[in-house]
Design a protein around this ligand. Structure first.
Ligand code: ADP
Length: 455
């Protein structure tokens, strides 16, 4: 299942008057959809070929601030244009927005039309091509976790983000009764996404009051990232339509469980055989899978930034919360950074549990594939699995504990520099550094309450 509409079908729908709006979107550094709303007639007449956006869209922070220190664009370079090149294989009707379809766009240089190297879709495309040249395709799935709140985005913002009552009153992990009360949001989420060509498997309550999980069937890496991005966007829009706020912040309260985005992955041959499976191995793991996993583990520090890109991301990594703290693997054990799933079957795969709900899936998948490829190239040996409560495994390697550490480790990563290019690594290291600089400038409520009278 890919997109749900061909370009010809779109042209026909426009003639018939059932579509009047086309959203043309790029994916920004934060994994958000950014773009324009086209009158559908203008889109099918000319904009389908290309349109343009300011190149600051791949150099801003969440606030759209013009961050200094990027080589790709700046005030002194005049913040020119990028080409938005619609990928016509991604046209989807969005059932929750009347008369509207969406198309995802690649980001290209305005003059040469070459892919912009630090554009998230281009980065993932590059790693997919590397794998293809080796004879493989990565099949991936990301699990989306988030919290639904009683009040709307606007009410929550006007309360200074203090009026934060989750939509349910108790831990709703697998809870049918609690989630029945949320069906006015979650049922349209499932059904609209499914109708938009996104193969939703299920939604379920997660391990906290108001926490939800959305699962989508695994797919080739680029489709998986497209699905994740559109699904996250749909959740926000549909919750907003129903008068509720929703957050993908990994840790919105210190006493509440955080939200993750686990990444399931397996390699398949180009003719569709499960390259991670070997029936003769006790766990059904092929030598290729072991090298790939060893690469994921060895280079986990290098790519942690892409799994946890903000200061808040690191607040999720707490022992005893199902969020991992150590880069080891284990068999069906949710305390490790990497969990072996589907052992002994063609569905054998590894789930990376490190990523937070705030990750940009294109960057996260690209970085994981790059690490896996390096593991295969280096024929790395996979250490034996760990067992028991891995939070207690004092000797096991930890993931970087702060954004500062993760950014520095990214900057020094030879593996990622070789896979992505120096310019791309410098670009994202600057993004991480900026997030830290901004945070360091701010005086928090915590500091006031703790020190105002008593220090
Ligand atoms: P669990 O409940 O143990 O987390 P699920 O069966 O719900 O596992 O699967 C989790 C995710 O893994 C789903 O999105 C599913 O589509 C995906 N998945 C299943 N098989 C594979 C595979 N071979 N490679 C990658 N992802 C897979």
């Amino acid at each position: 299942m890919a997109a749900n509409m061909t370009f010809d079908a779109l042209k026909q729908a426009v003639q018939e008057g059932t579509v009047d709006t086309v959203l043309a979107c790029i994916i920004d550094m934060q994994g958000r959809l950014m773009g324009k709303r086209f009158h559908a007639r203008h889109f099918i007449d000319s904009a389908y070929d290309e349109t343009h956006c300011c190149n600051y869209l791949l150099a801003t922070d969440l606030e759209m601030y013009t961050v200094e220190g990027y080589a790709s664009t700046s005030w002194s370079r005049g913040y020119g244009d990028y080409v938005m090149k619609p990928d016509l294989s991604t046209i989807r009707r969005l059932g929750w927005l009347e008369g509207t379809v969406m198309v995802l766009c690649d980001v290209q240089d305005h003059h040469t039309h070459a892919d912009v190297p630090h554009s998230p879709r281009a980065l993932l495309k590059g790693q997919v091509v590397r794998l293809k040249d080796m004879g493989f395709q990565a099949m991936m799935a990301t699990e989306l976790e988030f919290f639904l709140f009683e009040k709307s985005f606007d009410e929550i913002r006007k309360s200074g983000f203090r009026d934060l009552e989750p939509i349910s009153a108790y831990n709703e992990d697998y809870h049918i009764l609690a989630t029945t009360k949320e069906e006015h949001v979650m049922r349209p989420v499932r059904n609209h996404l499914y109708a938009a060509g996104i193969p939703v498997e299920n939604t379920k309550g997660e391990a906290e009051a108001g926490q939800e999980e959305l699962n989508i069937r695994y797919a080739p890496a680029m489709l998986c990232a497209d699905y994740h991005t559109i699904a996250k966007h749909a959740v926000k829009e549909i919750a907003w339509q129903k008068g509720h706020g929703v957050t993908f912040l990994p840790k919105w309260h210190k006493d509440r469980t955080g939200s993750s985005a686990h990444i399931h992955q397996s390699l398949w041959t180009l003719d569709g055989k499960p390259a991670f499976f070997d029936a003769s191995d006790s766990l059904g793991m092929s030598a290729l899978m072991k090298h790939y996993m060893a690469g994921l583990i060895k280079y986990a520090g290098d790519y942690t930034y892409f799994l946890a890109p903000y200061v808040n991301s690191y607040k999720r990594f707490q022992r005893g919360t199902f969020a991992p703290t150590r880069t080891v693997w284990s068999i069906d054990n949710r305390t490790a950074g990497f969990r072996l799933c589907g052992e002994g079957s063609k569905g054998v795969r590894v789930e990376c549990r490190i990523g937070g709900s705030d990750l940009n899936p294109y960057l996260a998948l690209a970085a994981q594939i790059a690490a896996g490829i390096r593991g295969i190239e280096e024929k790395l040996e996979l250490a034996p699995p760990m067992t028991g409560d891995i939070y207690q495994a004092q000797k096991a390697k930890q993931i970087p504990r702060t954004l500062r550490d993760a950014t520095e480790t990214l900057r020094k990563s030879k593996m990622l520099r070789e896979a992505f290019g120096d310019g791309v690594v410098e670009h994202y290291a600057r993004a991480g550094e900026w997030e830290q600089e901004e945070f360091d400038r701010v005086v928090t409520d915590y500091e006031l309450a703790r020190g105002f009278e008593r220090c």
